[in-house]
Design a protein. Structure first.
Lengths: 584, 162, 623
């Protein structure tokens, strides 16, 4: 592609053809403010914060979507433009619930930051009629508060463009426009899959997770309860964001220490559950492939994906692996094996997870997720909620020493930790399945074909004695839809498919800390966090799930063989068909 | 929730007609608008039940349909009166006093613009220019155009439709 | 399927008889009764009138000697229903269905026109002048409207008799696509929808890569300006001219599919378009392999659903795609990436109506009329406080005074011309000081006004400019799509300030804030709707600042329109104490003894004006 040379605020800069003025300015070290723009997700030019002057242009240009041309001369920061941006902010504030102190996004709000930056001192300058709204907290995962909404529509872009769902969108028009569901149905009554991508897209406090920290803190404070915690793989490469640490940095040791200081009685790692999932899932796959079972088999770790499948592809439920997710498997182990081993009555255990995910809050309440007769897990916190608990407890996270997991059940392999990235479950499963099928030790452990942030990935492997094994990986439900439609139409044929609801996988989950759009638009957060996980994998001495000594011990002592009946009873589940649009 | 509290009374024939309409347009680029226009012709309005049929049969998310329906002034999610009254508030009619006509209609029927009388007989809406500017101010009652009217003419005109 | 020769045969066969209506001197084979069947006249029962004529003809056994022809709008809507009889070019006005009998008996059968019913023009002096001498028709130059009101829009042969489909034939057989575009550029034709972008240039931008990519030709018939009905009249009166022009555009840029996006509020126009499209397909002037040249072109109708913003080009395309009609930023321009992501051109109805003649008669024929920068004619819809409400077409550069006073017949009831509002909610107003401004694109925008699509609303001394500004802003607020911040919230805040001012609660700071917001919204809005929404406010502040100040400082509405600032009083000397006012007052605000002077309690008064309407002695004043 040809290069374009232009001048931005008197700085000469050369960028590839097709770049926008926003990107060119960034290349020149200039930040143009944006509110509605989210690269690839919401490119609608609506908020008008990014307006700039271009010499010769009839009017101001929308720099987030304005393609640069050779010799263009742009002024991004003139007094006129700054004054306009201030007015834009004041107008937004005039229809915004300015209860900033009580807002979940206070100090982490893009609108607030921008008002500060532009010196908006009179926040009531355009005060007038405001739109009325009610908070929708019907969903177990997501709360919507339209009084905070600034109609940037980033959530809408996330829901329809990234996820191909579209349960929220713009309704009515003009000043009355608001983001809502069809006929204002409570979110819980729609086909929302609780993925939370809308939350991470939101620049303000209009969308947030249903908070479980109060209940968890109460359990910790209760001396009768044994509170067990398990953080998911992706949490360790996200949590640092809450404390201003570099994007994607692995903070596993500090996280363990912080959990301990918060008062959790036992600190384990969902990674153990991930290893458990792999041995069960690989076994299921081998069984299906060798006995003529339903293929392709599709992974079941991502509860957003599961609900999506139940709503949109109920006919493909037989294709779903019956394996519970790592969180639920580990939950089941804690309330059965571990409870018995440690002699703790099940009703005294409060099992908590920390997840990069809001859909996990829905998963814990699903049917057929109660190995011990009570729910496998009691509370699923998001990474953000954990961040808030740590801050509130006055823990100086950045300077914490590294902690250690409790044992047993604290051990994990490299295969487990990569669960957090798209393609990671596939790679982990292949490491086990290929070795099991071929009966030979696998030497090349890196399945690089299935790595990377690309939405749909395919690969095929020749595995003796069964021959070619075709696999595919999709992340982001819009990509999942594309892939499944190809499978259904017969255009594609696979043995095994991995699907994660969130684009890039759990590292970019709806429960992860907010990354300001100016960072998201410049850096691929998904890739940076995934790299953090692959680095951990690379450093692990054991990188195949079935070689996790504790897994081996667990089967020896408790479940017998991989895929045994006992394992099936505790570690597998079932699914229910759902409709997209409910009857009234 | 903004679901109309008037019970849905769609018939099987109406549904068959709608399905036929959907099949006729489905798959064409930009099929949603003609489908919605046709559906409103069939049912008179676009309640939840009708939008659900359209969503289920086209695969278009219901929220998208609802967003489109609430964007355009001509689509309505609640039933209209048997006799629809429309008062033109276009510029030509406005400067000739159509705002007073609308007020009078509201007064006579005891309902506001956008509402329907309890017996379902009349509904009122305002519109922007029907193009009969030569007759300003203009009111349309049950499809019949009344031009050059004064507020005093309103009760007499409405009485014809009782 | 017709060949070019077939069309010529139709023209040869029917042309002379149709030409009679255009001043042709052939001997009439029949009597032709032309009845306006446009929206205005249809609203006044012209269909019943035609039915009566038909019945009379049948009863008299004269169906083969008298032809009753429904036409599109003839222009003088104020006098509708309008009937014209040929031969003789006899115009009748305000013809109700029961007037058919006398016209039939005395004129059609008896040969003597009914003088009482003849069209005449009322002048400001109060004296009627006969139609033949009126400037309403005589001063017009009808290019876009050339067939409107004169031919049967539901009969393709009548259009063909007027050289219809000869332009596309000429383009296809004698011109290359590039030559067609060159003619359009040379003609100087500019878009009649408002912004005035050169049509040929627009086509040129979309002309690359012909034959290799899907392209579209769209027609903007979403005429949304309240009080504007130029496009509707063309669609109702001469739909084939638009269809033919779109085919020419398709040939020029290499598109084979067209869409006409028409307001659903125009049922008659939609009917006529559907009929015209069907006839055009039957004749093979639309569809596959037109005239055997290998050129394919077809057109689909898409109906709007009541959103003014869909007149904006990107919003219109988004709407055709089946979405909320929200505009998106340009670039990419539609010529590059338009409808369904394909190169698309969009022109409005009036623009298209000019094109077939330009192709037939050449660029020079067209560009010798009009002004230096604005060629050809412009159609205006005259409305408001004007005698000849209706549709007129004048050369670009005609003065406002000429259009209002001469063609429009002036302001009725002896009132004074105050201003003309042009360009609808996107435009401004031209005050009396600029009565002699030659109206073209540049002149109007130089005074903060705009040509717009051609709505021209005349305001007189009884109109309050604050109220007019509020009316238009209220319109844009309710028609804003809600996507961008300045238009969604900014216009709403402006309207709130205007409401304050019209209620006498405004301050001078509010006026500053209003202007400041107006300038901000113009500069920052995403699309043309927002960028022009403040114009009515800015123009009225600019020309009628004193009226705003009267509302703010004196709490007074000089025109006596803003209700909150009005007060009604009873002149004790004139009041006879008839009690009629008191009995009719809905608020019980009037008291007084029988035969004694009455008094209005201003606290209770709701300013409805019922008392004043009822007073037989002119004793009640509004101020």
């Amino acid at each position: 592609m040809a290069d374009i040379k232009l001048t931005v605020d008197n700085i000469e800069v050369t960028v590839p053809e097709g770049s926008t003025l926003l990107e060119a300015a960034r290349a020149a070290g200039i930040e143009i403010p944006t509110l509605c723009f989210l690269k690839d997700i919401n490119e609608i030019g609506a908020c008008r914060m990014c307006v700039c002057e271009v010499e010769g242009a009839r009017s101001l240009v929308t720099s987030c979507v304005y393609p640069v041309t050779e010799g263009m001369v742009a002024h991004t920061n003139s007094e006129r433009v700054k004054e306009y941006r201030r007015k834009t902010l004041q107008l937004i504030l005039s229809d915004h619930n300015q209860d900033c102190l009580g807002c979940s996004r206070s100090e982490n709000c893009e609108l607030q930051a921008m008002c500060k930056k532009y010196g908006v001192d009179d926040t009531q300058y355009y005060a007038g009629k405001r739109n009325e709204s009610v908070i929708d907290d019907s969903s177990v995962s997501i709360v919507r508060d339209n009084s905070k909404c600034i109609l940037c529509r980033r959530c809408v872009g996330a829901c329809i463009n990234s996820q191909g769902i579209g349960v929220i969108g713009a309704n009515e028009r003009g000043f009355d426009t608001y983001i809502g569901t069809a006929f204002d149905l409570p979110l819980a009554e729609t086909s929302c899959v609780n993925c939370g991508q809308c939350i991470t897209a939101c620049p303000v406090g209009a969308l947030y997770e249903k908070d479980s920290t109060a209940a968890v803190k109460a359990a910790i404070a209760d001396p009768d309860k044994v509170v067990v915690i398990q953080p998911a793989p992706s949490v360790r490469v996200g949590l640092g964001d809450c404390f201003g640490m570099p994007l994607g940095e692995n903070v596993e040791g500090k996280m363990i220490e912080a959990l301990r200081r918060l008062g959790f009685d036992k600190v384990f790692d969902t990674n153990f559950g991930a290893d458990l999932t792999i041995v069960e899932e690989a076994t299921e796959l081998i069984h299906r492939v060798t006995t003529g079972g339903t293929l392709p088999m599709i992974t079941s770790c991502s509860p957003g994906w599961i609900k999506f499948c139940e709503h949109n592809y109920p006919d493909m439920i037989p294709n779903l692996s019956t394996c519970k997710s790592p969180q639920q498997m580990f939950g089941a182990v804690i309330k059965t094996y571990y409870a018995e081993k440690m002699g703790i009555p099940v009703d005294k255990i409060v099992s908590v997870s920390v997840m990069p995910c809001t859909a996990k809050k829905f998963e814990i309440g699903r049917e057929d997720q109660s190995a011990a007769g009570v729910p496998d897990l009691d509370y699923a916190l998001t990474t953000r909620e954990l961040g808030r608990m740590i801050s509130e407890a006055g823990i100086d996270f950045v300077n914490l020493p590294d902690g250690e997991y409790d044992n047993p059940l604290g051990e994990y392999t490299g295969a487990a930790v990569i669960f957090g990235a798209t393609g990671g479950v596939m790679e982990a499963a292949l490491r086990t399945a290929v070795e099991k099928i071929s009966g030979k030790e696998l030497t090349e452990l890196n399945f690089t074909d299935v790595r990377g942030v690309e939405g749909i990935k395919e690969a095929s492997y020749n595995v003796e004695p069964i021959g070619e094994v075709r696999v595919a990986v999709a992340s982001g439900l819009a990509n999942a839809r594309k892939l499944l439609d190809m499978v259904k139409s017969g255009e594609k044929d696979y043995h095994f498919i991995e699907i994660m609801a969130c684009p890039g996988g759990c590292v970019n989950g709806g429960g992860q800390p907010h990354v300001p759009s100016k960072v998201r638009n410049a850096v691929d957060v998904r890739a940076v966090r995934a790299q953090g996980l692959y680095d951990i994998d690379e450093a692990c001495t054991i990188r195949k799930s079935h070689e996790n000594p504790m897994i081996i011990k667990l089967y020896d002592e408790w479940y017998g063989e991989f895929g045994s009946e006992k394992a099936h009873h505790a570690l597998h589940t079932s699914y229910v068909p759902r409709v997209i649009n409910k009857d009234l | 929730m903004k679901v109309s509290n008037v019970p849905f009374q769609g018939t099987a024939e109406q549904e068959a007609k709608l399905i036929e309409l959907i099949n006729e347009h489905k798959g064409q680029k930009g099929c949603l608008m003609p489908i919605l226009q046709g559906a409103q012709n069939i049912y008179g309005y676009l309640p939840y039940e009708v939008q659900k049929i359209i969503s289920d049969n086209t695969g278009i998310p219901m929220e998208k349909i609802y967003g489109v329906v609430t964007f355009y002034a001509q689509f309505t999610t609640s039933p209209k009166g048997k006799c629809e009254i429309s008062v033109c508030l276009g510029t030509a009619c406005y400067v000739k006093g159509s705002a007073a006509i609308l007020e009078k209609v509201e007064e006579v029927l005891g309902i506001k613009e956008g509402e329907c009388t309890d017996d379902g007989a009349f509904s009122i809406e305002s519109c922007r220019c029907v193009g009969a500017c030569g007759l300003a101010p203009v009111m349309i009652v049950g499809g019949e155009v009344y031009g050059k009217i004064t507020p005093d003419d309103v009760p007499g005109i409405l009485a014809k439709y009782r | 399927m017709k060949t070019i020769q077939d069309l010529k045969d139709i023209k040869n066969q029917k042309g002379a008889q149709v030409d009679i209506r255009f001043g042709g001197d052939a001997e009439a084979e029949k009597t032709y009764i032309l009845c306006c069947a446009g929206t205005g006249c249809t609203s006044s029962h012209s269909q019943d009138l035609m039915a009566n004529f038909r019945k009379l003809a049948e009863e008299a056994g004269m169906s083969d000697k008298v032809e009753i022809i429904p036409t599109g709008c003839q222009g003088l809507c104020a006098k509708g229903p309008v009937v014209v009889v040929y031969p003789g070019d006899v115009h009748y006005q305000l013809v109700t269905p029961d007037m058919a009998q006398r016209i039939w008996d005395e004129h059609i059968v008896g040969g003597t026109p009914v003088s009482e019913y003849l069209m005449k023009e009322e002048t400001t002096s109060g004296e009627d002048i006969p139609f033949e001498e009126s400037s309403f028709y005589n001063d017009q130059v009808r290019l876009a409207l050339r067939n409107c009101g004169k031919i049967d829009p539901e009969n393709i042969d009548e259009y063909i008799a007027r050289e219809g489909y000869q332009a596309i034939a000429k383009a296809l057989t004698e011109m290359t696509p590039d030559e067609v575009i060159q003619v359009m550029i040379d003609s100087g034709l500019r878009g009649r929808g408002g912004a005035g972008f050169p049509t040929g240039k627009k086509w040129l931008f979309a002309s690359g890569n012909r034959g290799n990519v899907q392209k579209y030709v769209c027609c903007n018939a979403d005429e949304g300006d309240p009080g504007a009905f130029m496009d509707r009249s063309i669609l109702e009166g001469d739909p084939h001219s638009v269809i033919e022009a779109m085919s020419i555009a398709g040939y020029a840029i290499g598109a084979n599919q067209g869409y006409i996006y028409v307001r659903a509020e125009y049922p008659i126009a939609i009917d006529r378009l559907e009929i015209a499209l069907k006839q055009a397909r039957e004749y093979g002037v639309l569809g596959k392999n037109i005239f055997g040249t290998g050129f394919d072109f077809d057109i689909d109708l898409r109906l709007g659903a009541g959103a003014f913003v869909c007149g904006e080009e990107t919003a219109l395309m988004t709407s055709i795609e089946g979405n909320r009609g929200e505009p998106h930023p340009r670039p990419p321009f539609p010529a590059v990436k338009g409808l369904f992501q394909s190169p698309t051109i969009l022109n409005n109805v009036e623009t298209y109506a000019n094109i077939p003649q330009i192709i037939l008669k050449g660029a020079d024929w067209f560009n010798c009329s009009g002004t230096e920068t604005s060629k050809g004619t412009k159609v205006f819809a005259l409305g408001g406080k004007i005698n000849n409400t209706g549709l007129v077409e004048v050369p670009m550069g005609a003065t406002l005074r000429h259009v209002v006073e001469d063609i429009g017949g002036g302001v009725p009831n002896g009132k004074k011309f105050k201003a003309a509002q042009t360009g609808g909610p996107s435009g401004g107003c031209i005050p009396a000081d600029y009565y002699d401004i030659p109206m073209d694109y540049e002149n109007l925008s130089s005074i903060g006004c705009m040509m717009g699509s051609g709505g021209l609303i005349v305001l007189d001394e009884d109109d309050c400019m604050v109220d007019i500004a509020k009316f238009f802003l209220g319109f844009t607020v309710s028609e804003s799509c809600g996507k961008c911040t300045p238009c969604r919230i900014g216009t709403k805040r402006m309207l709130e300030i205007l409401e304050k001012i019209s209620e006498g609660k405004g301050t001078m700071e509010d006026l500053d804030k209003l202007e400041e917001l107006a300038k901000y919204i113009k500069a920052n809005s995403l699309c043309g709707l927002g960028q022009t929404a403040p114009n009515p406010v800015l123009a009225t502040i600019n020309f009628f600042r004193d009226e705003y100040i009267a509302h703010i400082k004196e709490k007074r509405c000089p025109a006596g329109v803003c209700k909150a600032l009005l007060s009604y009083t009873i002149d004790a000397d004139k009041c006879k104490g008839c009690t009629l006012c008191a009995r009719n007052c809905p608020a019980g605000a009037i008291s007084g003894e029988v035969r004694g002077a009455h008094v209005i309690d201003t606290e209770k008064c709701i300013k409805c004006g019922v008392c004043m309407d009822n007073c037989k002695f002119g004793a009640i004043y509004k101020k």
